[in-house]
Design a binder for this molecule. Sequence first.
Ligand SMILES: Cc1cc2nc3c(=O)[nH]c(=O)nc-3n(C[C@H](O)[C@H](O)[C@H](O)COP(=O)(O)O)c2cc1C
Length: 332
Amino acid sequence: MFTPYELKDTIIPNRIVMPPMCQYTATDDGYATDWHLVHYGARAVGKVGLIFLEATAVEKRGRLSNNCLGIWDDNHIQGLKEIVDFCKAHGSIMGIQIAHGGRKSYGDELVAPSAIPFPGELTPKELSIEEIAQVVANWQEGARRSLEAGFDILQIHAAHGYLLHEFLSPLSNERTDKYGGSFENRLRLLLEVVEAVQEVWPKTKPLSVRLSAVDYLDGGLTIEDTVKISKALKDVGVDLIDISTGGLISARIEIGPGYQVPFAEIVKKEADIPTIAVGLITQPELVQEIIFNERADFVALGRELLRNPFWVLQANHDKELWPWQYERAILK
Ligand SMILES: Cc1cc2nc3c(=O)[nH]c(=O)nc-3n(C[C@H](O)[C@H](O)[C@H](O)COP(=O)(O)O)c2cc1C
């Protein structure tokens, strides 16, 4: 887990990833605050190999809360750049997850592939073909701004029941035009977003997509679909698939340590593409097992890194990794 990994022009110093985690602490206009600098900065000081900034909205109406980060305006770039600069100076590779919440967004201007609400929530408006083109353009602008802010890796959020996942899943997409119906049609928007992003995001830099491997409901996405989606993404030049699950509907599922790893493993083997495994992973032994047995290329620790920004430093026996300022605290 401490072996560096080369992805396009980027060398990720170890296999530990901080997955995107909303902090609900941006200003009402989506600007980063001191909290973000200190929060992400602490994990960079803690030598996390790859840090993803939380879901950052490509449109104001696509925010997940009133205080989510935004990247729909050029003025958002500067605050994000300060975080990136600090974290990169401490050796972390910096990623950003750009996102659109679709029917699970905050506010009353919800848009989605079809006018089907998330259970118990407001009914979204079905996007017209013209509006879809504008949404794609907004993703592209978000990617351009991410590059300007200095991010090394871009992640497109297509998981957890948000807009792009809603197009992929037959449970939320009942369109009868070229964006709905067949598997190819449901995949169309994600591929259009990838293509639009690639026009501004250099081919030399890694591009990642986060997917929910399964919907946990009959008629929804299955792991077989996810392998097919991942193959299609690989074919168009996506470098890294981040494998989560669920979020499209409310489902009760059994969870335990590493419960989503088998999905990352299947995608890695069958679509032959690098993956990130995530979900209730906290112990160095489990991380080591996943990496050593090549079940995934990276392991993301979410809540564990919220609890302990210095997880990597503590799991690694190389005392040199610790910041010199903390030298007197290092246990010999
Ligand atoms: C506070 C919090 C915020 C989250 N926000 C996001 C997000 O912005 N984007 C995303 O894809 N997943 C988000 N997640 C999911 C995490 O990235 C991760 O997949 C999940 O927490 C499971 O990993 P863990 O068991 O190691 O925490 C969030 C999770 C938490 C706890």
